[in-house]
Design a protein around this ligand. Structure first.
Ligand code: ADP
Ligand code: MG
Length: 240
C-alpha cells in the first residue's frame, strides 16, 4: 500500500532523510520511532506529499507521490492523517468538522455525510458531543474527533504523527484504544509514536530512525526481543 524507496531529502545542505526504504502492506501496522529530530515527521509527510523530497520514490496504492503529474489533493483525500495537535476547524461544530470533507471533496449529500459522521462519532464514543465546538472538548476527545474526521473520508490508509504526545496522561489510552481497534479491523497504518505498549499490541513491524536513516526495520518480535543496532538498544532502554 505504501512503498518508500531510497528517499533522501535535504533542507539546504542538511540531509534530513538519508536513503530511507520501507513499506507498509495492506492491512499492516508499522510503528516508526526514534529520537527527536531523527526525521520521523518528515518521512511520514513525504507519504502524502506534504513534504517534497529530492531523491527516491514514494508510492501509495501504486500512485507516485513525487510525480508532478499526480493529483496530490486527490491523493491526500484518501490518505488519513492525524497530527500531534488536533487541527480541527475551531469555528465548526464537531459534526461539521466530520461532514465538510465529505460534502466538499467526496461530493456526498449533506444527509449522507451527517449520517456517516454520526456513525463515526458513535464509534469513537463521542456521538453526544456532535453539536459542540472543538474548543469545548478535552484533548483526548479532540484527537478522537480528528481520527473520526479522517475516517469519514474512507481512507485507504492512515498516517499518525505522535497522536498522543500532546495529551495529558489520563487521555492517552482513550485515543490509543481507538487506534488499536482500527488496527484490529485491518486498517493499513503508519504510526509515529513512542507508545511502545501500542507497538507491542498491534504493530506488525517497527521502524527505528536515527539521524535521518532507517536504522532498523524489524518485526515487532525481533525489535523488542533483540534490536540489532546499538542505537535502538539505547533508545529502548531509555523509554521502556
Ligand atoms: P522528528 O519528527 O523525528 O522529531 P523531524 O522530521 O521533525 O524529526 O525533523 C528532522 C530534522 O529536520 C530536525 O533536525 C529538524 O530540526 C529539521 N527540520 C524539520 N523541518 C525543517 C525545516 N522546515 N527546515 C529546516 N530543518 C527542518
Ligand atoms: Mg516529529
Amino acid at each position: 500500500m505504501i512503498d518508500i524507496r531510497h528517499v533522501s531529502k535535504w533542507y539546504g545542505t542538511f540531509k534530513v532523510l538519508d536513503d530511507c526504504t520501507t513499506h507498509v502492506d495492506k492491512g499492516e501496522v508499522i510503528v516508526v520511532c526514534g529520537p527527536s529530530g531523527s526525521g520521523k515527521s518528515t518521512l511520514i509527510k513525504c507519504v502524502n506529499g506534504l513534504e517534497p523530497f529530492q531523491q527516491g520514490e514514494v508510492t501509495v496504492d501504486g500512485i507516485p507521490v513525487g510525480d508532478r503529474r499526480t493529483n496530490l489533493p486527490k491523493l491526500r483525500a484518501r490518505v488519513g492523517m492525524v497530527f500531534q495537535h488536533f487541527e480541527l476547524f475551531p469555528h465548526m461544530r464537531v459534526i461539521d468538522n466530520l461532514a465538510i470533507g465529505q460534502t466538499q471533496v467526496l461530493k456526498r449529500g449533506r444527509d449522507e455525510a451527517r449520517e456517516r459522521a454520526l456513525r463515526l462519532l458513535d464509534r469513537v464514543g463521542l456521538r453526544d458531543q456532535a453539536d459542540k465546538y472543538p474548543g469545548r472538548l478535552s484533548g483526548g476527545q479532540q484527537q478522537r474527533v480528528a481520527i473520526a474526521r479522517a475516517l469519514a473520508m474512507d481512507p485507504i490508509c492512515m498516517l499518525f504523527d505522535e497522536p498522543t504526545s500532546a495529551l495529558d496522561p489520563e487521555m492517552i489510552n482513550e485515543v490509543l484504544d481507538v487506534m488499536v481497534e482500527l488496527a484490529t479491523e485491518g486498517m493499513t497504518m503508519m504510526v509515529v509514536t513512542h507508545e511502545m505498549g501500542f507497538a507491542r499490541r498491534v504493530a506488525h513491524r517497527v521502524v527505528f530512525m536515527d539521524k535521518g536513516q532507517i536504522v532498523e526495520d524489524a518485526s515487532k518480535e525481533e525489535f523488542f526481543g533483540s534490536p540489532r543496532s546499538e542505537r535502538a538498544q539505547q533508545f529502548l532502554s531509555k523509554i521502556l
